[in-house]
Structures are given as C-alpha cells and as structure tokens.
Design a protein around this ligand. Structure first.
Ligand code: GDP
Length: 465
C-alpha cells in the first residue's frame, strides 16, 4: 500500500536502556527507514524487499568507511503495519553503550535524524495507531513499579480506558442528536421529551462517576505514596518496617533520587508502590545532633501521605508522649498500629487511642508473628485512597491526574446539563453543556486536546520510546 507520510523526516534512536546488556536495539522510523538501513548493510538484499515482520542477519557497517560495527538482526516492518504506522527498521545487535552509539551514529550518517524523546510514540499517535490515553500508558508501562501498576498500564495501552470514555461519548451523542433535531426541526419534531433526553445523560453520568471512583487508587498506582513510621523508641518501628518489607517487598529497589540518610524501604502495599521511612533511623543517624534528627523526623511526617503511629501494646496505656504524637497527627491522614499484640492484650490501648483519634484506623499488629500486617496495609491504602474502587477491580482504572481532571470537568458539565434540563430551560443551553462534556472527554483520548498539552505529554517520555 502506498503511504502518505505525515512526517517527512526519518528518525532514529537507541530504543533499549544503555548498559552492558546482551541485546541492544536501534530503531529507525520514517519514509526513508529502508534506504537508511540499506546504507548500513552492504548486503545484496534491499530492506524494502524483505518481507514485513521478518528478521534477517546482517553486518552493520559505517556508511562512510565501511568499517563493520556490529553483527545484528534486521527487523523490518512495512507501514502502516508498524509501531509508528511508518516504515520501521529495528537493528537488533549487541548491547553496550559504545556499540549502540556507533550504530546510531551510522544511522545518522545514513540520513536519519536523532529522534526526540517520545517521538516514536508521538508518530504512532499522529498516524492514528493509538490515541492519547494509550500513548500515555506506554510511558506509564515503562516506568511502572509494581505488578498492579504494570497491569493497569498494559490494559490502558490496549485501549480499555479509551473504550470506556468513548462509550460515554457515544451515549452523549445520542442525547445531543435528540436535542439538535428538535432545535433544527422544531416544526417536524416538536420539543424534545425531557425524560428521553435525560436518560442518556443519566447513563453517561453513571459511567463517568464509575471511572472517577477508581482515580483515588489508580493515581497512586502511578505516583506511589510515602508513609512514615513514627513513635517512641522501642515500640517496634524498625521491626514493623522489616516485617512489612519482608511480606510485602516491592520488586524495585528504593526509588532513585531519594535521600539516603534515612532508613527507607520500598514496599508494595495492595499493589501500590510505597516509600516507607522509619523516623527511628533519622534519630539514630543524627544522634550527636539530635535537634536535626528530630526536625527531619517532623519534616518527613509533614510531607508523608500517611503517618503510621506505632504504639506498644505492652505499655497497656498511652504514655504522655504517645498522646502528644496522636494529637499532632490530627490534621493529617494517619493510622495507628498497636504493635507487640502477641505479647500483651491490645484492647485497652486501642480504646484509649480511639478516644484521642476517633477517626483513624487502629490496627493491632505484631511485627514478630506478622499477625495483622495485611489489615494494617489495607488500612494505610484506604486512608490515602478513600473508599476508591480499584484494587483487584476489573473496571478500567484512571491512573493519571490529567485524566481525572478531564473527567471531573466532564462531570461538572454533565451535571449542569441535567440541571438545565430539569429547570426546563432552552435546549440550546443544554446542548452547550453536553458539548462541553464531550470536549472534556475528548481531552483524554486526544480527540480534543490542545496542541501544547500533547507536546508536553510526549516531551516527558524517555528517549527511544
Ligand atoms: P524501634 O526503636 O521503635 O524501631 O523498635 P525496634 O523495632 O527496634 O524494637 C524494639 C524491641 O521490641 C526489640 O527488642 C524487638 O524485638 C521488640 N519487638 C518489636 N516488635 C515486636 C512484636 O511485635 N512483638 C514482640 N513481642 N516484640 C517486638
């Protein structure tokens, strides 16, 4: 099939992570992808004549000096049946920074231009291979930190969220058709029946609300959360952190770029990537300068998404220090872990803690026997995500702040449309709000997204994606 290229330039980039890996891939996409590949492979066969979706073993050479650079497999994809919708060649050679950079330089010498971050995915979007929500999910998939996050991202790549959004849009179009027919042909059609118009609006509202209900959990899947364990020395904060990390260890190592001088673990609580900080560690590290340690502990607590106040069941009752801690936590999300419940009956302590902080979840646990740990992690997740649907749910998850904002705007416009209808105001006014709802939904899939927002989304991708 003859292609009508949207982009004139052919781009190339290293698509695999740099490092001493077994395999490394340089990707070329664009109208001249095959010509560029031919300039690097002195073989008899032109890439254009290689059947699509096949591999061929080649020697990659510098197009100027003919020096061999790598022994590789050439994967050829004829557009539009390719990632970007364009002709694509992937040079699958050896990993390693030097080899990959030399092969990439050869591609540039052969006529390609270095791709910008996200440019392959952007071309896939512009060429209609995927919509904006799917393209964003590609970035989320690459950076996902837990199995649950990865699963959600993969489902979004496959278009589940887009399908749900488009379904709501189709329902709204129904309402709009009724309204507009009655506006355009008042004589023939007469006034639209408000009940008939409201039915699809109500249906769309349910759909939008159901998507929004997953956002509390979904966004945390991508963004993760930080918890801080606080409490007096010896209540068992470090033991609890160890127990949590033993039973719920994340696949990842601690998130890069975080401060190293506090004791920190990467956990996976109900699928959410969690950074857990032990304030005891702050104190220990800074023992000679206790002041700084305490200040850091306070700062960590203030910026945490949830503070886990740890009490010692063996104490039997709250100490003055415990009361101060619980009172200081009142304005922020927190849960109370009554630790060492194996050693002493926690009932009395739970009762007195409830009196100080009646709204917080209070969970008896034992770092030693590990009893209560999953209830504690549930309580932590519930505290930060509210009663959000999400964990283990089959519905598409809303995982991005941008999508959540668009859905909220859609809901506002939809509620306005329904209120206008209920008040018996002119149909034109309802139509404006329904159009507004559709506009907001279109922002998710890219059907109605401003150019600078689209550009910003792709600029955040990594190079080679
Ligand atoms: P931190 O100073 O708050 O970090 O407390 P640690 O984690 O260092 O624990 C203090 C002491 O309590 C240690 O001797 C632990 O073995 C003990 N401990 C911690 N958790 C439990 C528990 O759940 N049950 C019992 N019986 N002892 C515990």
């Amino acid at each position: 099939m003859a292609l009508q290229p949207v982009f004139q330039e052919t781009i190339a980039a290293v698509a695999t992570a740099t490092g001493a890996a077994g395999v490394g891939i340089v990707r070329i996409s664009g109208p001249d992808a095959f010509t560029v590949a031919d300039r690097l492979t002195s073989g008899k066969r032109a890439a254009a004549n290689q059947p699509t979706h096949t591999l061929r073993r080649v020697t990659i050479c510098d197009p100027n000096t003919q020096e061999p650079l790598d022994d590789a497999l050439l994967a050829v994809f004829h557009g539009p049946r390719s990632l970007t919708g364009e002709n694509v060649v992937e040079i699958q050679g050896h990993g390693g920074m030097v080899t990959l950079q030399r092969v990439l330089s050869a591609c540039l010498a052969g006529g390609a231009r270095a791709a910008r971050p996200g440019e392959f995915t952007e071309r896939a979007f512009r060429n209609g291979k995927m919509d904006l929500a799917q393209a964003e999910a590609v970035a989320a998939l690459v950076s996902s930190q837990t199995v649950a996050a990865q699963r959600a991202a993969l489902r979004q790549v496959s278009g589940e969220l887009s399908d749900a959004v488009n379904e709501a849009a189709v329902v709204l179009q129904e309402a709009l058709a009724l309204i507009e027919a009655s506006i355009d042909f008042p004589e023939e059609i007469g006034d639209a029946d408000p009940v008939q118009v409201d039915a699809p609006l109500a249906h769309a509202e349910t759909m939008v609300r159901s998507l929004l209900s997953t956002a509390g959990y979904g966004r945390r899947l991508q963004e993760g959360l930080t918890i801080v364990l606080a409490g007096r020395p010896n209540v068992g904060k470090s033991s609890l952190l160890n127990a949590l990390s033993g039973t719920q260890r994340a696949i990842v190592t601690p998130i890069p770029g975080t401060t190293r001088d506090i004791v920190e673990e990467a956990l996976n609580l109900q699928g959410l990537p969690v950074r857990a900080l032990d304030t005891a560690g702050i104190r220990d590290t800074f023992d000679p300068v206790e002041q700084i340690g305490v200040a850091r502990a306070r700062e960590a607590m203030r910026s945490a998404d949830v503070v886990v106040a740890v009490l010692d069941a063996a104490d039997g009752t709250l100490t003055a220090e415990d009361v101060l801690l619980l009172e200081s936590l009142a304005p922020q999300p927190h849960v109370v872990a009554v630790n060492k419940s194996d050693a002493a009956d926690p009932a009395e302590l739970i009762e007195s803690a409830t009196a100080v902080t009646p709204d917080a979840a209070i969970v008896p646990v034992s770092a030693t026997t590990q009893e209560g740990l999953s209830l504690l992690s549930e309580a932590i997740v519930r505290t930060v995500t509210g009663n959000a649907a999400g964990a283990g749910s089959d519905a598409p998850l809303v995982t991005s702040a941008r999508h959540e904002a668009a859905l909220r705007a859609a809901l506002d416009a939809l509620l306005a449309a329904r209120a206008t209808l209920a008040e018996g105001l002119p149909l034109e006014m309802i139509a404006v709000d329904v159009h507004g709802t559709l506009q907001s939904l279109g922002e998710i899939t890219g059907a109605a997204t401003r150019e600078e927002i689209i550009a910003g989304i792709f600029a955040r991708f990594c190079l080679g994606k």
